[in-house]
Design a protein around this ligand. Structure first.
Ligand code: NCD
Length: 338
């Protein structure tokens, strides 16, 4: 694909070589994300960071990624602080904000809303999550994490990957986007572990199967994670249910802790989660007793969001080959290097 000026709305947009291009640029971003070097390549550019749904890491990692490239961030968080509460359409908001910004990131609770917004935007729009539909930048950082973790444990590659996706696969937009992205690779095996009512949407299962992936469905955790490379746990997406009581029916069904990991997983199975993990007692899908497990990749996964988002900004704003030209060494004390 031609990245310059492109909206990033869905993982359906990518071919395998596009994903590999993003990952190659993300690798180049590491010295900047680790604060070894500074680049000013986007000096003068403005990111409009528009989050109309709860977010910590996606919002801040988009903003940090843009800052790390030398750009400025203008942020709106919450409907109540925007003119959408006055009845302004998404398209009008896009017409206005794209006059102020060079690129826009947006999260919104309605499926398809970010594409509607993008249709009226004069600048590239990156989907930070549209309802239960898609979360393409999360899927890219997830796959980037898978690639790095597998390379670190025995030089395995994404082709031939066996992954268990666990939890609310019906409403979880991260697994929707990741399932499509994995379909670009060969000999993928996916075990979908969820309550019966919360299985992955049939269209995505079909998409994966027609791309050659082997997909199986399970409603039980322990025996289904015996020989997978990755367990990808997810939260019950309470905000997509009609009531908290309805969500409560499904909470805490597939808990992974160190004892279960030791008994059922392979010694190098990598544990992932898009986060936030729900650590309340009735949920606790990833127990904190896993925190010392070296295969718990969740915090490395969140860190990887910065380099992947830096790569996307660099590509859509067409500066991927100029990053080092505008760079210098950091001057301040850097605890990451101690
Ligand atoms: C996810 C999301 O918002 O879809 N979070 C994230 O962006 N890392 C997953 C979730 O909220 O459960």
């Amino acid at each position: 694909m031609n990245f310059t000026g492109a909206h990033i709305l869905s993982t359906n947009q990518f071919q395998r070589q596009d994903v590999e291009r993003i990952f190659a640029v993300a690798d180049e971003m590491e010295p900047y994300a680790l604060r070894k070097k500074v680049t000013r390549v986007l000096e003068g550019a403005i990111l409009g960071n528009m989050f109309f749904e709860a977010s910590t890491r996606t919002r801040v990692s988009f903003g940090s990624a843009f800052n790390l490239l030398g750009g400025e961030v203008r942020e709106t968080a919450g409907f109540e602080n925007s003119a959408l509460v006055k009845g302004e359409s998404l398209q009008d908001t896009a017409r206005i904000l794209s006059g102020f910004s060079d690129v826009i990131c947006m999260r919104h609770p309605v499926a398809g809303s970010v594409a509607d917004f993008a249709s009226a935007s004069r600048v590239p729009v990156l989907n930070g999550g549209d309802g239960a539909n898609e979360h393409p930048t999360q899927a890219l950082l997830d796959l980037y994490t898978i690639r790095r973790e597998l390379a670190g444990t025995g030089g395995r590659s994404i082709d031939g990957l066996k992954i268990a996706m666990i939890g609310d696969l019906r409403h979880g937009r991260t697994v929707h986007s990741l399932g499509r992205l994995l379909s670009l690779y060969d000999n993928i095996e996916v075990v979908l572990i969820s309550p019966e009512e919360l299985t992955l949407p049939p269209s995505i299962i079909e998409h994966m199967r027609s791309a050659g992936a082997k997909v199986s469905i399970s409603h039980e955790l322990t025996n289904s994670i015996r020989d997978v490379d990755i367990v990808y746990s997810t939260r019950i997406q309470e905000e997509r249910f009609t009531s908290k009581e309805d969500a409560d029916l499904y909470r805490g069904k597939f808990r992974l802790n160190q004892a279960i990991y030791t008994e059922f997983c392979q010694p190098n199975t990598v544990i992932m989660h898009p986060l936030p993990r729900d650590s309340r007692a009735d949920a606790n899908e990833l127990d904190s007793d896993l925190d010392d497990n070296p295969n718990l990749a969740i915090f490395r996964q969140a860190d990887n969001g910065v380099v992947v988002r830096m790569a996307l900004f660099a590509l859509v704003l067409d500066v991927a080959d100029k990053i080092h030209e505008f760079s210098y060494d950091v001057r301040w004390y850097n605890s990451r290097q101690v």
